[in-house]
Ligand binder design. Structure first.
Ligand SMILES: Nc1ncnc2c1ncn2[C@@H]1O[C@H](COP(=O)(O)OP(=O)(O)OP(=O)(O)O)[C@@H](O)[C@H]1O
Ligand SMILES: [Mg+2]
Length: 350
C-alpha cells in the first residue's frame, strides 16, 4: 500500500464547501463520508475570503454533518493568485536549476516574487537540444496563509496545500488511467465564480487558464436579461422548476452559455497558437457547471471537439452508509474534493 495517511479533501469553493473522506483497502478506495455546505453569497469575492467566519462555520458544519473526526486535511488553492507555467530552460543539473529557478521564476510570474511561494518540477530533458521543460507553480503566500488560518480556526490541520487544477488532474487520471503521450485533453472546471482550463499533454499540465466567468455569471446574465430575482434565475438555471422554464429564460441561458463557451474556445485557440503542442482531442467538463446541459452543448459547438461530463465517482467504491443519491447528484462538483482526498500526509515515523 502507498505510503502515508490519506487526508480529508476540503474544497472551499466560491459557492460551497465540499468535503470527502476516503478509506483505503487492498481492493479499492471507498468514499466513506462526504458533505456539501452552501456558503452565503459574497463570502468569497474574486478569490478573496471576505467573511472568514462564514467559511469557518461552514467547515465545522460540514465535518459535523458528515461525522468526520479526522482533522488532517488537504486543501486546494486556485484563482488569479495561482500560476502554473511550463517553461523551457537550458539543460542543467539539479543544483544549477535550484540556483537559477528564482531568477527564472521572476521572469514568468507577474507578481513580486518575494510575495510568492513557489515549487517546480523537471518535466522532460532533451539532451540533444541542450534544453529541458520545467513546470513552475507559484501562489501568493498571503492568500495561502489566509486560507490555512481559516481552516485552522475550524480546528482542522491543513497538512497539504495543493492546486485545484492538479487535484482535478489526479482524479481524472485515476479514472482514465495515465494519458498516452499522443492524447491531449482539456479539463474545464466550471464553478460558481471561476472557470479553470487545464490542458493535459504527455501526462502533465501543458497550459492552464482561469476565467472569471462561470456559473454565477450565467445566473447573473439570466437575472438581468429576464428581470428576475437571483434565486429565481438560479432555480431556472439548475432545472429546479421541473422543466417549466419560460422561453425567454431558456434563450438567456443559451446566450450566457454561448458566451462562456466562446471564452473556453479562445483559451484553447491561444494554447494551440502559443504552446507548439498537440491539439486537444476531447474536452472534459467538471464542477457545478457540468450539470448545465446547454453549456456542455455550447462548448461542443464552439470548440468543435467532443465534450464529456467527467464523472469523478467512476473509479471509487461507495460505502453502504453513504447517501449515494445525494453523492451522485453532485458528482461533477466533487471532483476537486475527491482529488484532494487522494493526497497523503508524509508518513511520520515514530
Ligand atoms: N444542476 C445544475 N444545473 C446547472 N448549474 C448548476 C447545477 N448545480 C450546480 N450548478 C452551478 O454550479 C455552480 C457551483 O459549482 P461548484 O460547486 O463547482 O462551484 P464552486 O467550487 O463553489 O465555485 P468556484 O470553483 O468558482 O470557486 C453554481 O453556479 C451553480 O449554479
Ligand atoms: Mg470550485
Amino acid at each position: 500500500m502507498a505510503e502515508g495517511k490519506l487526508l480529508v479533501g476540503v474544497d472551499i469553493g466560491a459557492s460551497s464547501i465540499k468535503v470527502v473522506q476516503l478509506k483505503e483497502s487492498r481492493r479499492a478506495l471507498t468514499i466513506v463520508r462526504h458533505a456539501y455546505v452552501d456558503l452565503p453569497r459574497d463570502t468569497i469575492i474574486d478569490g478573496h475570503v471576505m467573511n472568514p467566519s462564514a467559511v469557518t462555520e461552514a467547515l465545522e458544519q460540514a465535518f459535523a454533518q458528515a461525522k468526520i473526526s479526522q482533522k488532517e486535511v488537504a486543501i486546494g488553492v486556485y484563482g488569479q493568485s495561482v500560476i502554473v507555467r511550463k517553461i523551457a530552460m537550458p539543460l542543467m543539473t539539479k543544483e544549477e536549476l535550484q540556483e537559477s529557478i528564482g531568477w527564472e521564476a521572476e521572469q514568468h510570474i507577474p507578481f513580486d516574487i518575494k510575495q510568492m511561494t513557489f515549487d517546480y518540477e523537471v518535466l522532460a530533458r532533451f539532451p540533444e537540444e541542450q534544453r529541458m521543460d520545467v513546470l513552475l507553480v507559484a501562489a501568493k503566500r498571503d492568500e495561502v496563509n489566509d486560507v490555512a488560518t481559516i481552516v485552522r480556526d475550524a480546528k482542522l490541520k491543513p497538512l497539504v496545500v495543493d492546486i485545484n487544477a492538479f487535484a482535478i488532474q489526479n482524479c481524472l487520471e485515476r479514472s482514465l488511467g495515465t494519458l498516452p503521450p499522443d492524447r491531449t485533453i482539456a479539463v474545464v472546471d466550471v464553478g460558481a465564480a471561476n472557470t479553470t482550463i487545464n490542458v493535459l499533454s504527455k501526462g502533465t499540465s501543458a497550459f492552464t487558464r482561469e476565467i472569471q466567468t462561470a456559473g454565477a455569471s450565467i445566473t447573473e446574465e439570466v437575472r438581468k436579461r429576464c428581470n428576475l430575482g437571483w434565486e429565481q434565475a438560479e432555480a431556472y438555471k439548475c432545472g429546479a422548476q421541473g422543466g417549466l422554464v419560460p422561453q425567454d429564460v431558456n434563450a438567456a441561458i443559451d446566450q450566457a452559455c454561448a458566451n462562456l463557451a466562446g471564452e473556453v474556445h479562445r483559451s484553447l485557440d491561444f494554447y494551440l497558437a502559443t504552446s507548439g503542442e498537440a491539439d486537444v482531442t476531447r474536452v472534459y467538463v467538471c464542477g457545478g457547471g457540468a450539470s448545465l446541459a446547454p453549456l456542455c452543448r455550447a462548448i461542443e459547438e464552439k470548440t468543435r471537439r467532443p465534450v464529456e461530463v467527467f464523472d469523478p465517482l467512476s473509479s471509487f467504491a461507495v460505502d453502504g452508509k453513504v447517501d449515494e443519491a445525494a453523492l451522485r447528484a453532485r458528482a461533477p462538483q466533487l471532483t476537486v474534493a475527491l482529488g484532494l482526498a487522494l493526497r497523503r500526509a508524509k508518513e511520520v515515523r515514530a
